[in-house]
Design a protein. Sequence first.
Length: 159
Amino acid sequence: MLATNNNIYLPMPAATPSVKHETKPFIKKIKKWVAAITLLITVCCLGFFIIWWINSECVQGDCVNGVGTYTWSDGDKYVGEWQDEKKHGQGTYTTANGDKYVGEYKNGKSNGQGTYTWSDGDKYVGEWQDDNFNGQGTYTFADGSAQKSGLWKNGKFVE
């Protein structure tokens, strides 16, 4: 169709094609950076785990199914009974900072009766389940100023 302008016939301008503005290049760059950072973190964590695993070892006895002493690269140490390469039965776990748990383990976790003494002198004596205070127990502060004795659930004092 032709348009007229003082009897001059001019062709109609063609419809301009829709221009898609690329608003996503920034997002694409961000995604690439996130992927690169994620890969870097994964490699670093894997390397840390390998170094930790290499420097952790059974130093005495049978740490698979028996009684043995195991030390970790961070200085933690467990002396006690093992089953299927997990702490299981009676044992003592001492951390590098001086905290100590003496008691029962089941499948690698504190379960049953046990005593945890912190390096600052605080102490919990009582029942444990899956590494938490659970059941009857007493928490005593190092200076003896306070004591919580009674029922604990999932690490929290109930009554």
